[in-house]
Structures are given as C-alpha cells and as structure tokens.
Design a binder for this molecule. Structure first.
Ligand code: PLP
Length: 393
C-alpha cells in the first residue's frame, strides 16, 4: 500500500472492501440468481452461526427489518413503544408505520444509551396511568450494549416485548450475552449500510429464537406470499400456484448483496478488533484533554461503530468550531445524533425541545471522529494532532 498524502481526506467512517468482496459479487453476476436465491440462505446460515441464534432473516435495510419486527410483534393503533431519542430516526419511525404511538426515554450521560433508571421511573408512572408500553426498543449506541440485564428484569415486571436496535453493535457483547443471540430480547436488528460494521451496500437483518416470529418475518419480506405447498390455506391447483396469506412488503435483499455480506462477515472479527484498538489509542491520547468519551461499563464490549467525544459544557460554541476546524484540516466528522424528538416531523406530532434534556445537552457537545477498520496509525495521529492543536495542548 502506498502511504497517504499528508492532506488526504479522512472520512469519519467508510466501507472496507477488498478484492475478495469484489470477486464474490462478480461471481454472482455471472450466476443464475440475482435477487433472493441461494446466497440469501447461505448468508442467513452464516449469520446464525456467528450470532449463535436459531433464526436470521436478512432484508434490504435495517429500517425494513425494524418495520417487519414491529409488524410481527403485532404492533398497531393503540399500542405504545418506547425507544431512545439518541438514535437514527428509524428506531422511532418504524413503530409509527404500524400506527402505534412512540415515546422516548432519556439517555445516561456516561453511556449515551437509554437510562434504565429513567425507564424504570417511566414504567412505574405508565403503570399508574394503566398505559404500559407493548414494546421497548433499546439502541446499542455506537456499539455499546445497553444494560440488557436490567431491561430484562423490567420486562419480567412490566411484561413488554423487546426489539434491540443493534444497527451499531455487531460483535458487541455483555454479561451472559452476545448481541444478536437475543438472550434478553425477542428480536435483534442489524444494519449493513456502508458505514456500519459490515456492509451489503444497503441491507439489514433480524435475529430471533422464535420459530413463529421468523416465519412471519420471512412472509412479510416478500409480499406475504408463500410458495410452500405445506403452508397453503387452499388446495394447490398446480405448480404455478402461490398464496398471498398476509399483507406484506418487498423488503428482499438481493443475492448480489448477500454475496458481499458473506465475504464481509468473514472479516467481522478483524473489523471489531481493529475498531477496538483505534478506540484505545484515542482514549489514551485524549486523557489530557477536557472532554469525555463513552464510558464502557465493566463486563461490556463495544463494537465501536462510532467514536464519540463530548466536549466540556463550559465552552458553548466549541463543538461547532471543532467541527469546522477538523473539516478544514480535511478530517471528516459527524454528529450522532440530532435527538429524534427534535426533528420537525416529531415536533409536528407533539414532541418539543426540552422533553429529553440529557440527549439534547449531549447533542450540543458531541462529535463523532474517524473510526473504521483501515484507519491506520498515521491517519489516526493526524486526527489526534488536529484535535490536540484545537485545544492547544
Ligand atoms: C443505520 C441505522 C438504522 C437504519 O439502518 P438502514 O440499514 O440504513 O435502514 C437504524 N437504527 C440505527 C441506530 C442506525 O444507526
């Protein structure tokens, strides 16, 4: 590899594609199936082995996988879902697609994940009102798992379903669980968008140990149509016959994408450890600076989809100036997240600034800096130096 020129643009994240990935895709293009074919089964089987889970259904995005998960759990008008405001909009919009109502639980300023103490308060308040949530969607922000042990204790008490939005967290784990094994949830959703842990261009997956949920989601993925004679309601008049049994979507992944996914999955352990090494280097380099990073509680392992720094509250405009400073130094940065409830759409359905003050405060001060598997030491040193220069240390 040639060394990067001094001012080469460093993105905050980017896909990591090698010639094996390219070859895998090209082989499918020369084969018989382009859309859902044998590569889909092969990818799903490989994901099941990786997550150690009974079922995995791939889809054309995590948003689709979340939507199907909500439908499969039976969400509809009159139902209530709770999620984190510190996430991408899909964590919340997919419940609305089903006609359910969405509400949020503020985050913990150290982990940036849903604050389980606040969830507990909210549940006891909702129980008094006689309006408990039907589903809770925890989001493993940046790849750091939520406190699933506490969440599952709350589930035992208040009886709701759990969909983990693990779009960031492939390869993460916690006490007694590996994200994706659904040890403490009904369904777990992943994203294969280019900046996520592995990519299929666009794509997503949902894992579950429930036969019924997996079967329902497979049906939903392809128009609610089955070609399996054993699943027919009516007697088959001939081999052309198929049945649309429920109202479904076209949320299929293609074989082209699945081939890329299989090839990418072979590198997931390297991707996760590379990201963890980068995170450790950042952490030691920033010890002397007046900023905080996401706290990883003992027993948890982050996949480090994101590396987020949170600037000190005393310097109000410094996040924007640091953002601009790094951009002029040709270093890509991003902000995760604009709290979902502050989006114009969510304001139009009744949310306001001030509803979830911790997420709003963190939003004003956070910055996601470059992290991806092939970010080498030289590039990372440029990022560290630019940030230290900004703070003049
Ligand atoms: C990326 C992302 C999604 C949506 O993923 P797509 O595959 O782009 O639909 C959902 N939730 C979170 C937390 C995400 O980061």
């Amino acid at each position: 590899m040639t060394s990067a020129p001094e001012n080469e643009f460093i993105p905050y994240s980017t896909q990591c594609i090698d010639s094996n990935d390219v070859d895998a895709v090209v082989r499918v293009l020369r084969d018989d199936f382009l859309t859902q074919g044998p590569k889909i089964d092969e990818f799903e089987d490989a994901l099941k082995d990786y997550f150690k889970v009974k079922h995995c259904v791939v889809a054309n995005s995590a948003t689709s996988a979340l939507h199907m998960s909500c439908v499969a759990l039976g969400l509809g008008p009159g139902d209530l879902v709770l999620t984190s405001p510190n996430s991408f909009v899909s964590s919340a919009t997919t419940s609305l697609f089903c006609g359910a109502e969405i509400d949020f639980v503020d985050i913990c300023p150290q982990t940036l994940n849903m604050d389980m103490d606040r969830l507990e308060e909210k549940l006891s308040f909702l129980a008094k009102k006689g309006r408990l949530p039907d589903v809770v969607i925890p989001v493993h922000f940046g790849g750091l798992p939520c406190d699933m042990v506490k969440l599952s204790a709350l589930r035992a008490r208040y009886n709701f379903k759990i969909i983990e939005d693990a779009s960031h967290a492939m390869g993460a784990s916690g006490p007694g669980f590996f994200v994706g094994d659904t040890r403490f949830s009904d369904l777990t959703v992943f994203s294969f968008h280019p900046v996520k842990m592995i990519t299929t261009g666009e794509g997503g997956a949902v894992t579950t140990n429930s036969d019924a949920l997996a079967e329902k989601i497979k049906l939903l993925r392809s128009h609610g149509i089955t070609r399996d004679p054993l699943a027919f309601i009516n007697e088959s008049p001939g081999q052309w016959y198929y049945e649309q049994k429920i109202l479904g979507f076209n949320y299929r992944l293609t074989d082209i994408q699945a081939a890329l996914g299989i090839s990418q999955l072979g590198k997931i352990n390297n991707f996760v450890s590379a990201r963890n090494e980068i995170a450790e280097r950042y952490k030691s380099a920033f010890k002397k600076l007046n900023l905080v990073v996401q706290n990883v509680p003992a027993g948890l392992k982050s996949s480090y989809h994101l590396f987020v720094i949170v600037l000190d509250a005393s310097s109000e405009n410094s996040r924007k100036s640091l953002f601009d400073h790094l951009k002029t130094e040709r270093i890509g940065v991003n902000v995760h997240y604009i709290p979902i409830h502050t989006q114009p759409f969510f304001q139009s359905i009744g949310f306001s600034w001030g509803d979830f003050p911790v997420a709003e405060d963190i939003y004003q001060r956070c910055l996601s800096i470059p992290i991806f598997p092939h970010l080498n030491c030289k590039m990372q040193d440029r990022v560290i130096k630019s940030i230290c220069n900004f703070f003049e240390v």
